[in-house]
Design a protein around this ligand. Structure first.
Ligand code: HEM
Length: 553
């Protein structure tokens, strides 16, 4: 090449580079090429042809708008998951979505067969990981049982399992729950006396907070009054806890970096809530530390009823600061889940008064004037079924996710004991998943899928949980579904630790309240304004309802 032609060439190049028309055309071409390469998925993600993509999906941003609508509260998360399942995953098929959250790709696995694989067959490969840390670390710490993985989680689980021993149930747990139910009954009687309605959802929250803090921390928080007047004192801890959970849940759908919370309302709210919660929990911990020093920590370390949860963790040598997230993690588990389940159950009772009649009849026949004891759990199958059916339709943890540690193929029929679809069909594909991507499921959506629960899945039918005993007596017993089928209590090594406690507490509360009182619902209010869920980590009622009570003769 001659010197003149090279000078000529350079000037043409620089002309192209400085000509806005050429630059725009080049960028336009690049954009079109990228849109062709990523027609319905987030830029940089791998194609996943085996599974359908959730709608709406756009070139380069994938399903970001889907997540943003939930984040901005324009759509309700559970309804969106169900819509995607019904429209894009017809017949209960898996669906996938890409967005700048949950490892850039989530695969919706709303089927027991997939859940079994991720929570049992390859449990070690599907962890809580980054998304949970991002949402919860400032609130629940990185070491709390709900957030931790691996050895830290295992240690906490082992330690906590001690308080759920049968011995503990037959003494301390049973006694504490009935003591608090006596307070609930006095409260209901007081509302009859003054003929005033009571926010029953609030009463359940106070009841479970009171019983759990007594059982786990031997702390009386004075949050459960025995008069209607007492309900006027708001529970600062509960308010802060509810608000913090709403923020934590929103973070799962927030595509922006978390440090922006330093400057926005969401961050401000969270910091304020955490301050209140810490103050409250430190009160519980400091009371114990003081009692220990003065030798007064009697109930907590009494060998007859076993050590309470706080004592068990203290003996691990944890500091005051390390104990804080443990107290919070267990409070969220012990308070919210059971209280919300009871609030939804009593709403179902409004829709199905015949269920209450059957519960009363069973309780009268089997218990007479006795209070429900741990040994009675098996002899009240209808009450049990009525509570579980309410939990099926309104599970306390309505959606959940896990992160894949390494590349794998999710095989829906791997291994023994895999629960198959209702008709025993093998109708699901294998799903390849890459390290860092997420699986997502919703027990709330699964409860509404005919492929899992049959054509009447959306109806409240306790009979679903009943089957005849095999001894030919004609008596009924509670039906045992595989964990990944009736999945409201989770499955595999991380199955709910408090299932028996929650079952006992819920059944005892329903038995006691319906024994002594008729519940008078405000039909007009409930028809006009039926309970809807708030998008949260658990499943609270956004618009709690009130009832009146009438003493039964
Ligand atoms: C109806 C009431 C309840 C329901 C539906 C329920 C449901 C669940 C679910 C779905 C999980 C799994 C969460 C996850 O891993 O992401 C879980 C875990 C757990 N639950 Fe429950 N729960 C209930 C009541 C309770 C109660 C009363 C306690 C008492 C402390 C409790 C203690 C726990 C604990 C400690 C875990 C963590 C287990 C682990 O990760 O190893 N739960 N529960």
């Amino acid at each position: 090449m001659t010197a003149s032609s090279s000078i000529f060439q350079t000037s043409v190049d620089s002309d192209i580079l400085s000509n806005p028309l050429y630059i725009s055309a080049g960028l336009g071409l690049l954009f079109v090429a990228l849109c062709i390469a990523y027609p319905d998925r987030l830029i940089g993600t791998h194609a996943r042809k085996e599974i359908k993509t959730a709608t709406p999906a756009f070139p380069l941003i994938g399903n970001t708008i889907f997540a943003l609508r939930i984040y901005l509260k324009q759509r309700k998360s559970l309804h969106e998951v169900l819509r995607v399942q019904e429209e894009d995953g017809k017949g209960g098929q898996p669906v996938t979505a890409t967005f700048p959250i949950l490892g850039k790709r989530a695969i919706v696995i709303n089927r027991p067969e997939y859940i079994h694989f991720c929570q049992k067959t390859e449990f070690e490969n599907f962890i809580k990981g980054g998304p949970f840390l991002r949402a919860f670390e400032d609130l629940l710490g990185s070491h709390g049982i709900f957030v931790a993985d691996g050895a830290i989680w295992k240690r906490q689980r082992k330690m906590a399992s001690h308080i759920f021993s049968v011995g503990n149930f037959k003494t301390y747990v049973q006694e504490t729950i009935h003591k608090d139910l006596d307070l609930v009954n006095s409260l209901c009687a007081d509302s009859v006396k003054h003929n005033v309605p009571v926010n029953i959802c609030d009463v359940f929250f106070r009841f479970t907070l009171s019983t759990f803090s007594t059982m786990a921390f031997s702390a009386d928080l004075n949050c459960l009054p025995d008069t209607v007047e007492g309900l006027k004192t708001r529970n600062e801890f509960a308010d802060a806890f509810d608000s913090a959970q709403l923020v934590a849940d929103n973070r799962f759908f927030d595509p922006l970096p978390l440090w922006l919370e330093l400057f926005n309302m969401q961050g401000f709210r969270m910091r304020k809530n955490i301050k209140i919660l810490r103050r409250y929990c430190y009160r519980i911990i400091d009371l114990r530390l003081a009692a220990q020093e003065s030798g007064e920590a009697k109930g907590a370390v009494d060998s007859k009823q076993g050590k309470d949860l706080l004592q068990l963790f203290m003996e691990m040598g944890l500091t005051r600061e390390e104990l804080l997230p443990i107290v919070l993690n267990f409070l969220i588990a012990g308070r919210d889940t059971t209280a919300q389940s009871l609030a939804w159950a009593f709403y179902r009772f409004w829709q199905h008064p015949e269920v209450v009649d059957k519960i009363r009849q069973e309780v009268k026949e089997k218990l007479g004037d006795r209070k429900l004891g741990y040994d009675d759990l098996r002899s009240l199958p209808y009450l049990h079924a009525a509570f579980y059916e309410a939990i099926r339709l309104n599970p306390a943890v309505p959606k959940n996710a896990r992160l894949a540690v390494k590349d794998t193929i999710i095989r829906p029929y791997a291994g023994e004991g895999v629960p198959l679809s209702r008709d025993g069909k093998r109708d699901l594909p294998d799903i390849p998943i890459k390290a860092g991507e997420s699986v997502l499921w919703s027990d709330w959506a699964m409860a509404r899928m005919p492929e899992i629960w049959g054509a009447d899945c959306k109806e409240y039918k306790p009979e679903r949980f009943l089957e005849p005993k095999s001894d030919g007596s004609g008596e009924m017993q509670i039906k045992q579904f595989p964990q990944s089928f009736f999945h409201a209590f989770n499955a595999g090594p991380r199955v709910c630790l408090g299932q028996t406690l929650a079952t006992f507490e819920g059944m005892a509360a329903i038995a006691e309240i319906t024994k002594y009182f008729d519940i008078v619902y405000d039909d007009n209010a409930l028809k006009k304004n039926p309970p809807i869920y708030a998008d949260s980590v658990t499943h609270p009622i956004e618009n709690p309802y009130s009832v009146r009570f009438k003493a039964r003769a």
